[in-house]
Design a protein around this ligand. Structure first.
Ligand SMILES: Cc1ncc(COP(=O)(O)O)c(C=O)c1O
Length: 390
């Protein structure tokens, strides 16, 4: 009898598996590996946040909520964004609570991308953006950025990458994996060209709180930008809440309305206990975030100075918790470097190519790990570099 075989849809068949996952499948099953691979805070969610979720369960809050998210939470998000970034969003019409920025960005792409439409994606980029565009039938247009310019996209890069079919652009700053961020002046110049080219902007600012040397500025605050920006943020990174799966999308009412429709048919709502937890996170003021940020900053200093001493040249990340050093001096490809480092020294990093072609010659190191682990793995990387140079 002929075996039954499901034909996977062409679009699902064509999207590549995440480069991070492909590499980390190798790590699974290996003993004593120090992983600097995952983009996840090593802190546990602050206790009062956990307690609020426990309390909500004990009180029997186990139902669906409004599809848009609990109104109290949308109001709290609106106030937080006003206080932190001078953003003005109406909790009724312009804010949607999502299952992390992951769902927020998926909804954003689905709400604006029709088949054939092009979306600009600056490299190196967070792994989801390309596949999300393709899943909508759109065409991702990757823009290489210059490491000498700190991997930042310029207005010229945008202008020369646009054609008649270009509808949108995604910006992620501080950036995963490069840590690059933008000053107010740089953002203003980008905003001008985004307006001139009549693009819709998806602005993934999930690492906004983790900006070290200056204030994070949201590009949606520039004149005429709010009406064309889908602003994405969440709780995973700043509040150490990755497992709670909660974030939010803000934007003009018509776009948020379209995203809400898709969300209604797919997620319905974010789990209610996560919404209670998020409400508490926004209530607790800035102290916990400030303390975590201070610790990340300390780790950043250690990691960047050691990498440069070892000869893995690395610009100073302005935000997030990643270093993106060049491994070009090793003579190895990103993948071979990462595999050899794993095999010989049991340190797992992510090959730069997971973040686009121009990531060749780089690796991503997450410094969301304790300082002792970081020191030990940097010692191992140094030893590894000595062995391959011989
Ligand atoms: C740039 C960026 N956007 C979105 C996400 C997904 O975040 P969330 O946990 O909110 O879905 C990540 C996670 O690593 C990220 O680095």
């Amino acid at each position: 009898m002929k075996n039954f075989k499901i034909n996977i849809s062409e679009v699902a068949h064509k999207i590549p598996p995440s480069g991070i996952r492909v590499f980390f499948d190798l790590v699974l099953g290996m003993k004593d590996v120090i992983s600097l691979g995952v983009g996840e805070p090593d802190f546990v969610t602050p206790w009062n946040v956990r307690e609020r979720a426990i309390d909500s369960i004990e009180k029997g809050y186990t139902s669906y909520t409004s599809n848009k998210g609990m109104v109290e939470l949308r109001i709290a998000v609106s106030k937080y964004l006003k206080r932190k970034y001078s953003l003005d969003y109406d909790p009724e019409e312009e804010i949607l609570i999502t299952v992390g920025v992951s769902e927020g960005s998926d909804l954003a792409f689905r709400a604006i991308v029709d088949p054939g439409v092009k979306v600009l994606i600056p490299e190196p980029y967070y792994v989801s953006y390309g596949p999300m565009t393709s899943l909508c039938g759109g065409k991702p247009v990757f823009i290489k950025t210059d490491p000498r310019n700190g991997f930042k996209i310029t207005p010229k890069d945008i202008t020369r990458s646009c054609d008649r079919k270009t509808k949108g652009i995604i910006l992620n700053y501080p950036n995963n994996p490069s840590g690059a961020s933008y000053s107010k002046g740089e953002l203003k110049n980008l905003a001008d060209v985004i307006i001139k080219k009549d693009l819709i902007l998806i602005s993934d600012e999930i690492y906004g709180e983790l900006t070290y040397d200056s204030e994070h500025v949201s590009i949606a605050t520039f004149p005429k930008m709010k009406e064309r920006t889908i602003y994405l943020n969440g709780f995973s990174k700043a509040f150490a809440m990755t497992g709670w799966r909660i974030g939010y999308a803000c934007g003009p009412a018509d776009i948020i309305g379209a995203m809400t429709k898709i969300h209604q048919y797919t997620m319905m709502c974010v789990p209610i206990m996560s919404q209670f937890a998020a409400l508490e996170a926004l209530k607790m003021g800035d102290r916990s975030v400030f303390e975590m940020k201070r610790e990340y900053r300390r780790r950043r200093e250690l990691v960047i100075s050691r990498l440069n001493e070892i000869g893995l040249l690395c610009h100073k990340p302005e935000g997030a918790f990643y270093a993106f050093p060049s491994i070009k001096g090793s003579g190895l490809s990103s993948m071979d470097f990462s595999k050899e480092l794993l095999k010989r020294e049991k340190v797992a990093v992510v090959p730069g190519t997971a973040f686009g072609e121009s990531g060749e010659g780089y690796i991503r190191i997450s410094y969301a790990s304790g300082i002792d682990k970081l020191k030990e793995s940097l010692d191992r990387i140094e030893r590894f570099m000595k062995t391959i140079r011989r």
